[in-house]
Design a protein around this ligand. Structure first.
Ligand code: HPA
Ligand code: ZN
Length: 326
């Protein structure tokens, strides 16, 4: 209980958050009504009951269905501002947010409406809450390289609002190598790079993310632990891992929270951070993630502080901004 209030009061950064995954069932219903979109649920309880996943794809099917209620610029504003309000209450002072433009442009929503709604909320969050943010655009890896190139082209007009590119969606069967040329172009345009790797995919996908995508940060990375050479390299390069404990549990990568690898990661010298991934779907925001691992892994206050400090150090803030936050 003592550590719980320590966690709640501690200033934190979040580095792995899909804004579409912060769509709470209440807002989903409100937007469905506002936009006249049909959703296959009669009540909030029915929605929550549907959130039982046995793997990543199970979740993604529901996640893409959920985002179908997001239509207008205002919808993206409301979604983003609701997330910022929630994490501000949790003492998150900096957050780096993923968005999946292809999940929207493929439904006929203009890229401009998506990014304008999100960034207008980020600006208001900064003014109202003092929260600082970065925006990272993810490519959906189950789609083609050509589709990713066309998405990157659209992002070039918003280069000043997007700090980096990422890679998400169905990992198995879609190795990072598929997007090596897209990332090469993105990096040349000045974007930083991150990629989901080693969530369900093998260590080889982590190697490809490092060597071919030239990532600046690794999303998940759990399966790196299967390869001692890879662990040594990640430690040596001080590559940060954005770990998402409740996500790993809900998607069944980790069967019991007591088996979660994050304490092992710290003990190995890996720069692990704590994040919520898709909080509306996985049962918790950042604080709930910290509390779950603290309780199930019996973490010490020092370990909790290391995780929080890693979050600031691994952020894409300037050295001066980091200095002010730590
Ligand atoms: N993994 C891959 N793709 C995703 C996730 C995730 O955890 N969340 C939203 N898109
Ligand atoms: Zn993710």
């Amino acid at each position: 209980a003592d550590l719980n209030s320590f966690i709640e009061n501690m200033p934190k950064a979040e580095l792995h958050l899909h804004i579409e995954g912060s769509l709470e069932p209440e807002l989903m219903f409100a937007l469905a009504r506002r936009n006249g979109v049909d959703i296959p649920f009669k009540s909030i309880e029915e929605v929550r009951d549907a959130y039982q996943f046995s793997n990543l794809q199970d979740f993604l099917d529901i996640y893409y269905q959920g985002m179908s209620v997001l239509i207008t610029e205002q919808d993206f504003y409301d979604l983003t501002f609701a997330y910022l309000t929630k994490v501000h209450e949790q003492n998150v002072i900096h957050t780096e947010i993923f968005f999946d433009p292809q999940g929207h442009t493929d439904r006929g929503i203009p890229f401009a409406d998506v990014i304008n709604g999100i960034t207008r909320a980020l600006e208001d969050g900064r003014k109202k809450y003092g929260i600082t943010t970065r925006l990272i655009m993810c490519f959906l890896r189950h789609l083609t390289e050509e589709a990713a190139f066309s998405t990157l082209d659209q992002a070039l007009s918003y280069r000043d609002r997007i700090v980096g590119v990422g890679l998400d969606s169905s990992e198995l069967g879609h190795p990072p190598a598929k997007f090596a040329r897209v990332f090469d172009k993105a990096k040349s345009a000045g974007f930083l790079a991150v990629a989901h790797a080693g969530e369900e995919g093998p260590p080889e996908y982590v190697y490809e993310s490092l060597d071919l995508l030239k990532i600046d940060r690794l999303d998940h990375g759990n399966r790196s632990l299967e390869d001692a050479d890879l662990v040594n390299r990640l430690v040596k390069e001080q590559m940060a891992l954005t770990v998402c404990p409740l996500s790993n549990f809900k998607l069944a990568g980790v069967k019991d929270m007591r088996d979660h690898p994050i304490r092992k990661m710290l003990e190995l010298g890996l720069k692990a951070t704590v994040n919520s991934d898709d909080p509306a779907y996985f049962g918790g925001y950042v604080n709930e993630n910290y509390k779950a691992i603290t309780e199930s892994l019996d973490l010490t206050k020092a370990q909790i502080m290391t995780l929080a400090r890693n979050g600031f150090e691994a952020s894409f803030c300037s050295p001066a901004e980091k200095q002010a936050m730590i």
